[in-house]
Write a protein that binds this ligand. Structure first.
Ligand code: VGL
Ligand code: ZN
Length: 193
């Protein structure tokens, strides 16, 4: 495949935060490996005048997705803690659009579109296509890809810039099938000219 990035394209970087890195509260195996690859995509999108978006899981400290409050996850990505910060090596540009999600105690959100103004923002910027990568493939990346498709964006899943949790074996493979079945296109850096 050959794809050329233009100014109607947006890169959506999902949840590249310390709590999803090895050693973090909710680690994604090899989660740190996405950072240099995403930096390559960032460079391309800057050169091509595309829009760059970064989402972050941004929970209050008593969030309902945490085990002690009835959820299924360990405490992670609490607002204004180190674990919620973006990885320091991720080269986000000055004009990055940051989307904070699941900021209210009683609402969880895996998708960067859920409960946020992201779709409106992208439409206002004239965006037609979105390129989604980050953490984790089988949760927040998948949910973001499916919502982007439902919102009518032509949507690429950045295979080489994403890693999954695999709570159950085969979850990543299944999530990619899900994205493909809904119209997503799987892309790697080699496909971009
Ligand atoms: C995520 C589990 C809980 C993610 C966020 O970013 O994939 N996973 N909250
Ligand atoms: Zn979360």
């Amino acid at each position: 495949m050959r794809v050329k990035v233009n100014k109607h394209d947006a890169l959506i970087i999902v949840d590249v935060q310390y709590d999803f890195m090895p050693g973090g509260a909710l680690p994604v195996p090899s989660g740190d490996k996405v950072v240099p690859v995403l930096n390559d995509y960032i460079r391309i999108f800057k050169q091509s005048r595309g829009v760059i978006v970064a989402s972050r899981d941004w929970h209050p400290k008593d969030h309902s997705s945490f085990k002690e409050y009835g959820g299924i996850w360990p405490v992670h990505c609490v607002q204004n803690t180190h674990g919620a910060e973006f990885h320091k090596d991720l080269k986000l540009p000055e004009d990055v659009y940051i989307v904070s999600k699941a900021t209210e105690r009683d609402k969880d959100a895996y998708s960067a579109f859920q409960g946020t103004q992201l779709a409106e923002y992208l439409r206002n910027q004239g965006i037609k296509r979105v390129f989604v990568g980050g953490l984790a493939t089988d949760y927040c990346v998948k949910a973001t890809v499916l919502d982007a498709l439902a919102q009518g964006f032509c949507t690429f899943f950045l295979f080489d810039a994403s890693k999954g949790v695999e709570v159950n074996k085969g979850d990543v493979e299944k999530s990619i099938d899900d994205m493909l079945n809904n119209g997503a296109i799987v892309l790697t850096l080699q496909d971009i000219i």
